[in-house]
Design a protein around this ligand. Structure first.
Ligand SMILES: N[C@@H](CCC(=O)N[C@@H](CS)C(=O)NCC(=O)O)C(=O)O
Length: 339
């Protein structure tokens, strides 16, 4: 476990469903953290000053180690805070349980369902009529004035069918849960006596959509999916109660940066393993590499000296405003390229 002196700082904004995934995880495991709230759109000088170019939210700092992407963040918190009475485990015990946990993560993170949820944001959600916000999100998708957009972002025909099509996709994922894992009336996805990581993996997007008023009531309602709505309600109540007893403190970007630069590293330096991406490029420790996501936000590359690389993670050392930090990115949906 990292030294208790190392600050844990979550950079996020309250509207971020992926940020909430991390908050719910840390809340259920009693992991104390502070948060540094960010604007909904770029620029985010608080993040630039620590030396990070990655543009997505959430980002988690544990001392001078900075973790990108919620899946890696959860995996790291699992490793760095092994189960104890103070930090109870949320992971499944059996292989079957862990498989359900991971498959739910794949469903909610990798199946494209997140984009469907975005399509269903209420049309009167104020940022949707803010041209600066829309320009920012076009940049996230890689659409930059004067440049040819990548093929997946070309607007297709039938834009007016986007919302009904998205609703059908969301309903389908909800139907899966309602009629299988929750069908027998259990309280929690793994039939445990308390919520586990599998619950968090399944719930974060649906809870966010509910809180945003995104469900089209004729397609998705408590009458149509009673078990899911009751489960979301049970889980939200537990989180709210827990958050009340130990609320996270909010800190400003300058304070967050000083805390990071005054800290040590949470992890020992790793090695560059014989991974194909390293061998084909002849990469070795210390080489300058760029790391960036491949699904969106790919115009923002972090570049630094390669510290370690394995099948799960790449770590680079990057210069920040007041010293170096280490940026950790998952290998899944991230590129590692000689710079
Ligand atoms: N795979 C990433 C996805 C993160 C993501 O898409 N976050 C959204 C907010 S929920 C985002 O960053 N949107 C653009 C932005 O805020 O700059 C993760 O799991 O962390």
């Amino acid at each position: 476990m990292p030294s208790q002196d190392l600050p844990i700082i979550l950079y996020h904004y309250m509207f971020s469903p992926v940020g909430r995934r991390i908050i719910w995880y840390m809340t259920l495991r009693n992991i104390p953290y502070t948060h540094c709230l960010q604007p909904l759109a770029l620029p985010r000088p608080d993040i630039a000053r620590i030396g990070v170019s990655y543009r997505r939210i959430p980002i988690l700092a544990i001392g001078r180690d900075i973790y990108l992407d919620s899946r890696l963040i959860i995996r790291k918190l699992e490793e760095l805070y092994p189960p104890s009475a103070a930090h109870p485990s949320l992971s499944g015990k059996t292989g079957d349980q862990r498989a359900i946990e991971r498959l739910l993560d794949v469903l909610m993170s990798d199946s494209g369902i997140f984009n469907n949820a975005i399509q269903l944001l209420p049309l009167d959600f104020p940022p949707l009529s803010d041209p600066d916000f829309l320009k920012d999100r076009a940049e996230l998708a890689g659409i930059v004035p004067g440049k040819i957009p990548p093929p997946q972002t070309n607007p297709g025909p039938g834009a007016k069918l986007e919302r009904p099509t998205a609703a059908a996709e969301i309903r389908d994922a909800m139907e899966l849960l309602e009629t299988t894992l929750l069908a027998d009336g259990r309280d929690w996805v793994l039939k445990t006596d308390r919520p586990m990581l599998a619950d968090i993996e399944a719930v974060w997007l649906f809870e966010w959509m509910l809180s945003m008023g995104s469900f089209p009531p004729d397609v998705i309602s408590p009458e149509i999916f009673p078990k899911i709505f009751a489960w979301i309600d049970r889980l939200s109540k537990i989180i709210k109660e827990k958050a009340k007893t130990s609320p996270a403190e909010e800190i400003k970007g300058d304070v967050a940066a000083s805390k990071i630069f005054d800290s040590g590293y949470a992890e020992r330096e790793g090695v560059v393993e014989n991974e194909l991406v390293a061998t084909v490029q002849g990469l070795k420790k210390g080489d300058l590499v760029s790391v960036y996501p491949t699904d969106n936000g790919f115009l923002h590359k972090d570049t630094g000296a390669l510290v370690s690389l394995n099948s799960k993670e790449v770590v680079i050392e990057v210069e920040g405003e007041n010293g170096n930090i280490r940026v950790h990115a998952p290998r899944h949906k991230f590129a590692v390229e000689a710079a």
